[in-house]
Design a protein. Structure first.
Length: 130
C-alpha cells in the first residue's frame, strides 16, 4: 500500500482554513488507527511537517520525521521495521542506517539522529504531538 495521509482530510475547520493556530505545537489528530497497516509505514503531513507513522502493534504507533537525516530525502515511511533486542527500529531504505523508533538514536553513526514525535491513541484515532 502506498498512500500519503494528509492531516487536512481529518482536520478541524481551523486547520483546513490554514489558520496559524493550526500549525502551533500540540496534539494533532491524523487518522484512524485502522487506517494504518501493521508493520507498514505511511507518510502524513502534520502541522506543515512530513512525518512517517508506523503501527507496530494493535495499540502502538510511532512517529518520526519522514526526512532521512543522512541524505535529506523524504523516504523514512518506506523504511524497514525491525528491532534491536526489545527496541523497535526503522532502517532507512537508502543507506540502511538503523534508528531507534522511540529515541531517534542511530545505531551506526552517533552524530546522526532521527527526529521523533510523541503519539497517542484517542477514541480510535492516532494523534501526534508536533
Amino acid at each position: 500500500m502506498t498512500a500519503t495521509l494528509e492531516l487536512g482530510a481529518l482536520a478541524t475547520e481551523a486547520d483546513t482554513a490554514g489558520n496559524a493556530a493550526a500549525l502551533a505545537t500540540g496534539w494533532h489528530r491524523v487518522c484512524a488507527v485502522e487506517d494504518l497497516e501493521l508493520a507498514w509505514g505511511e507518510a502524513a503531513l502534520i502541522a506543515g511537517r512530513q512525518v512517517a507513522l508506523f503501527r507496530t502493534g494493535p495499540g502502538e504507533v510511532f512517529a518520526v520525521a519522514h526526512e532521512d537525516p543522512a541524505t535529506g530525502a523524504h523516504v523514512m515511511a518506506r523504511g524497514i521495521l525491525g528491532s534491536r533486542g526489545s527496541r523497535p527500529t526503522i532502517a532507512s531504505p537508502l543507506h540502511k542506517e538503523v534508528y531507534d523508533l522511540e529515541t531517534g538514536e542511530c545505531f551506526g553513526t552517533a552524530a546522526v539522529r532521527l527526529e521523533t514525535f510523541s503519539t497517542r491513541i484517542s477514541d480510535g484515532f492516532v494523534e501526534v504531538q508536533a
